[in-house]
Design a protein around this ligand. Structure first.
Ligand SMILES: Nc1nc2c(c(=O)[nH]1)N[C@H]1C(S)=C(S)[C@@H](COP(=O)(O)O)O[C@H]1N2
Ligand SMILES: [Mo]
Length: 230
């Protein structure tokens, strides 16, 4: 009974969010650009597979701030708070009890490499948003990593169905150097918008710049516009 109520509440909150952001989402570059820049066959988002200026690699380079935090699962927590009605602090088991989504997507790093067709498993950001129920005033999120990193994403981008908090990549637990136990991915934005070792998602009433955004990276980070630096 209690579980059903909770599920009902989440479904309702999810649909409310979808309705609220549908219009803004329809205005994002991936929906409006008539000639997205890039090469190769049209991908699953209707974009050329390789965004302008990118080169495909089968390797998976590691980019960090020189420190790869080690968070044992029994110490791991994710706080979701800020401009929301029901802030939560999830432990690992809480996260794993949420609906799990499998999705294949691509990874575009601003340093010009792209890694294609990674099979991810994790929790959709929109499902976490439904859990905390953002206030009507929320417009962006700031994501914080256990390493001190931060990055901001608008809600119309963050609520897209392929934005996931992932714990599994290509059938293996996400390696620590790639942000394990849990990181965010933003397949339709440059990869710096996905915080590795994510520990907090703060809903914001207005935009604010994250670590790289403050240091000259683009706020919007749209790969098919070559939108790398501000
Ligand atoms: N916490 C945290 N997240 C981060 C970074 C970081 O330094 N710390 N680097 C970003 C950058 S610049 C990129 S390109 C991707 C790299 O992910 P990878 O190391 O798994 O390839 O993570 C992003 N997320
Ligand atoms: Mo990057």
């Amino acid at each position: 009974m209690e579980a059903n109520d909770k599920t009902e509440r989440i479904i309702e909150a999810r649909l409310k969010l979808k309705r609220r952001f549908e219009e803004k989402m329809a205005q994002t570059p991936s929906m409006t650009d008539v000639t997205p820049r890039g090469s190769g066959p049209v991908n699953r988002h209707g974009m050329p597979t390789v965004p302008v200026g990118q080169t495909v690699t089968t390797k998976w380079p590691v980019l960090d701030l020189g420190y790869q935090p080690n968070i044992p699962l029994d110490k791991w927590q994710l706080a979701i708070d800020g401009e929301v009605n029901h802030p939560v602090r999830l432990k690992w088991d809480d996260l794993m009890a949420l609906p799990q989504t499998e999705d294949t997507s691509d990874f575009h790093c601003v340093t010009t490499w792209s890694r294609l067709n990674i099979l991810w498993v994790g929790v959709r950001l929109i499902d976490l948003a439904a859990l905390v129920d953002p206030k009507g005033s929320a417009t962006h999120i700031m994501c914080y990593g256990y390493d001190g990193y931060s990055t901001n994403v608008s809600l119309e981008e963050a609520l897209k169905p392929d934005v996931l908090l992932v714990h599994t990549a290509d059938g293996e637990p996400l390696p620590r150097e790639h942000g394990g136990p849990l990181r965010m991915i933003t397949p339709q934005l440059y990869a710096w918008k996905g915080s590795k070792w994510i520990k907090r998602i703060e809903f914001l009433p207005q935009n604010k710049l994250g670590f790289w955004e403050e240091r000259g990276y683009s706020d919007t980070a749209y790969p098919w516009r070559n939108d790398r630096y501000a």
